[in-house]
Each structure stands twice: as C-alpha cells, then as structure tokens.
Design a protein around this ligand. Structure first.
Ligand SMILES: Cc1ncc(COP(=O)(O)O)c(C=O)c1O
Length: 487
C-alpha cells in the first residue's frame, strides 16, 4: 500500500513515525498504580474495565467515545453558545453545518448515538422485522431487539479473519444481501444499515464503491438505507488513502457522496465531531416528520435534543474539522504505529490496522481459554494487571445471550485498545506495546472468567465477573519478579 504522504512527514533516518500535527496546551495528570493495587482494584470492580474508576487507570484506552481531545476552536466556540429551551442560535448553526456536510435536507438532534438508534428503532421496526446491517453494534442491536426486531448481518467473509490484507473488511457481501432480501422479501426489512468504520470487527472501513452498490440495490428494491456515520472520520481517512478512485478527491466531496447514498444518516457526536451529542440527518420530509415527533418525547425540544448548547457548538466545529486530513489521520496513524510495535513483539493484532484503536486477537493470544470463558474479557483484565491500561472487551461478553439462554459466541474475540484522537504520545504507545509484549511471553498464565452478576441487557457495561482459579495472583507474582517496583 502506498504511503499517505500528506499525513506522514518523512524522517531522514528512514524511521516510520506518526508525527503529531498539533501541540498540547492543556494536559491531565494520570497515575500508574503498582500491580498489587491493580489486582485489588480489578477484583473489587468485577473484572469489568467499564467499572474501573479513572483514578486507578494509567492509560484509558477504553474508547474514543466523548474523550477525543478537542481543538482550541472547539473550546472557543463553546463560549458563544446560545442557551435557550427553544430557538437557540446554536442549534441553527449546527443544523446548517450538518446539512451542508452530508448534503441532506433535514436534521434532528439527539443526546448521543444510541438515542438516535432508539428513535430509528421505535419509528421503523415492527416485531419480526429485520434490520439488515454489514455488522451489528452493541447498542444498535439492543435497540432493535428491544422493539421485537431482528438483526441480520451481511458483512464480507473477510470480516471474521483477524489477519487479512483486504483494505475494506467492513464491506457488505452483495451476494449475502441480495439472497437474504430474496429469501424474506422486502416487507420484512425495516431498513438496511451501513455502519462506517465497523466498530466490533476492529474499526474496519467500508469502501465508497461498496456503499454505492448497496445503495443502488436498495433503491431498486425500495429499501430504506440508513448510514451510521459515528466512525466516519476514520472511515473517510481510509477511503481517501486506500480507495484509488478517491485519492485525489476533496474530503468534502467524498462525504457528500456518502450522504447522497442514504435516506437517513445518524451519528454519535461523541465520535464524529469529538464532543458529546448526536444527530440524525434525513433526505425525505416523510421520514423527518415521522422521526421528529419522537425527539421531544425522548430527547428534549427540537432545538437541543438533550444536548448542552456548549457541546453542540463544539460538535459543530468538530464536524467541520473532520474535513481536515491532518486531523482525521491522527487516530489511524497512531493505531498503525502501536500495531507495528505489537507485531514486532509477536502479539497477534487485527490487520489491516483499522480506525478507533488497535485490536488484539484474544483467540490467538490465549487459545487455552474457551469462548465460554470470555477470552477477550480475561485478556482485558490481564492487560490492566500488567500495565494499568484500560481496554475494552469486544467479543462474546459484548454479545447478548440467545433466547434459549445459551451463549451467542462472537465471530471474533478482540481486546480493543482505543486510541482517542490527539490524546496519547508515542512513548505511551511504546509502554503499551512493552507491557503487552511481556504479557505475550507469559500468556500461558492467563485463564478465563465467569459471571458473578450478569445483567440481561448490554451485560458488558455493568456485569461483574471473577477469574476461574488463581491465575491473576500468579500473573502478578510473575510480573513482580521482572518488575519489582510493580509499576
Ligand atoms: C458505530 C457506532 N454506532 C453507535 C454508537 C453509539 O453511540 P453513543 O455511544 O454516542 O451512544 C457507537 C458508539 O461507540 C458506535 O461506535
């Protein structure tokens, strides 16, 4: 794959280094606790990295959701926010930006991505109907099943190959899509969703060419196309750098093309726009009127949708900054740098490197742990023990059980080490690689987890687990032998 020369400045030394195109003028102090303390904290928080307090976390690589570093222009815009229940100028500024960004006709605000999903599921999905998608996302699926709907995935077979050279593993398999539509009929399909930067399979992008094919097919069948643009920034970077026909195209044109392929685009403003909010943009008045009435019911009045006006101003600027290649490159080039450091130590990581974060393949890392014992969750807890690093389980633990109570085994078991935009330094990434390298050398010590307390819905958020046996104590003892300070 050719270098993306506009984002990586060459070094005379020949080293491949992701260079920051920003400087830090505000920083946050973080603390590295010794391994013994980490073991105690992990036990008291049910081996669930969502439940760890920040004070005990060194590098918070849980997500990029709402924790990307904001720009000075975003902070400045927050001071101009027009606070009012109805008719806020802030809303009109945001609406104008979103409409010109995607080229659609209507905008509805919502407090975050899953709120948009709630509105879409409530408005469109009847019991027994399908949402077809390239790959599901946790909150999306939960909202669809909550209203009695079903989810059908039609992603390319490559998606479940953790090591691949396919640059667009998030693409739809058109054969799967068309035969599913033929099988169930269009009446059974509420909408066809395209998730950009496919989250659960390692931040893998969807090509513009594939979106065009899906959209053309759906239009020929009268099916509604909904694009989840939460991870647009990373996906856009990959379209620009990996899709030959887009290399010379301005980013704004590519985004307008994406918008033109959809009937509805929704997004988490915690991701797209690097603030805290969300929104839905729509092509047709009929859809707008149907969804509009749900906004005051679930979110708040139409001119704020549950968001603070300050966040709306930040999001407005953040969305516009998505059209700057040096801004959107920062996560992908740091993910690549971390991924290459990990590969050099033999750690199995998802390739090609995607957006969002670096994804470690738990099934290859600790093959001794069966999927029923949540290998990705177990590896996440081990990563915290050896480095104070908070990752996120993206595997069977993040799935919902089948209706008969059996486990729904995930097609991949990943530990996501998220790389929020402009937050971490290269030395911190080297620390992560160093600790995972140590863990890989001691991988035989890692065992599984079992539930102590398992919530029915989205169990990964609040569930509490315990290690099976005393492997965590043994792992910490081995770590202390090599690193007597425990740090
Ligand atoms: C692809 C995708 N869709 C939807 C959401 C939900 O967004 P939020 O966390 O703002 O509710 C996320 C969040 O991670 C996401 O990655």
């Amino acid at each position: 794959m050719p270098e993306h020369t506009y984002t990586r400045v060459g070094f005379f030394s020949g080293e491949k280094i992701p260079l920051e195109m920003h400087k830090a003028r505000m920083v946050q102090r973080i603390h590295l606790r010794p391994a013994g303390e980490r073991l105690a904290v992990l036990g008291s928080t049910g081996n669930n990295t969502f439940l760890l307090p920040n004070r005990d976390v060194f590098l918070d690589m849980l997500t990029d959701r709402g924790v990307n570093a904001m720009s000075e222009a975003q902070y400045a815009a927050m001071l101009l926010a027009d606070d009012s229940y109805a008719g806020s100028e802030t809303y009109y500024r945001l609406e104008k930006t979103v409409l010109s960004f995607f080229g659609l006709n209507y905008f509805l605000p919502a407090h975050q991505g899953r709120a948009c999903e709630n509105i879409l599921a409530t408005a469109y999905v009847s019991p027994g109907q399908y949402m077809v998608t390239n790959y599901h996302f946790t909150t999306t699926k939960a909202h669809i099943t909550r209203v009695g709907g079903l989810v059908r995935e039609c992603v390319s077979d490559e998606a479940s190959l953790t090591q691949s050279t396919n640059p667009f593993k998030g693409d739809y398999d058109m054969g799967k899509l068309t035969s599913f539509v033929d099988e169930v009929g269009t009446g059974k399909i509420a909408f066809v969703r395209i998730e950009l930067g496919t989250n659960l399979i390692g931040g893998q992008p969807v090509s513009l060419a594939n979106m065009r094919e899906v959209s053309a097919y759906c239009r020929s069948k009268g099916l509604r196309v909904v694009i989840d643009a939460s991870l647009l920034a990373d996906n856009l970077f990959f379209i620009k750098t990996r899709e030959e026909s887009c290399r010379l195209r301005p980013l704004e044109d590519i985004v307008l093309d994406i918008g033109s392929l959809a009937d509805v685009v929704y997004f988490s403003g915690r991701k797209l726009g690097c603030a805290r909010g969300g929104g839905i943009s729509l092509a047709h008045e009929k859809d707008y009127r149907k969804l509009r009435d749900l906004v005051p019911l679930f979110e708040g009045f139409l001119t704020y949708g549950g968001m603070s006006v300050r966040e709306m101003e930040a999001m407005n600027v953040g969305i516009q900054e998505t059209l700057d290649i040096d801004t959107i490159s920062q996560t992908p080039i740091f993910v690549e740098a971390l991924g290459e450091e990990l590969q050099a130590k033999g750690v199995p990581v998802v390739t090609p490197f995607g957006g969002l974060g670096c994804h470690v393949d738990a099934l290859k890392f600790i093959p001794q742990v069966p999927q029923e014992q949540y290998p990705a969750g177990a590896l996440c807890s081990a990563v915290f023990l050896v480095g104070g690093i908070r990752g996120m389980e993206r595997g069977t633990l993040s799935e919902q059980r089948n209706a008969d109570g059996s486990e729904h085994l995930s097609s991949v078991e990943l530990v996501r080490l998220a790389v929020p935009k402009r937050v971490f330094t290269l030395s911190q990434m080297k620390f992560v690689a160093d600790r995972l390298g140590w863990l890989y050398e001691h991988r035989d010590l890692v065992g599984g987890l079992e539930f102590e307390d398992e919530p029915e819905t989205l169990r990964f958020f609040l569930g509490r687990l315990k290690p099976i046996g005393d492997w965590q104590e043994k792992l910490v003892a081995a770590f202390l032998k090599d690193m007597p300070s425990g740090l």
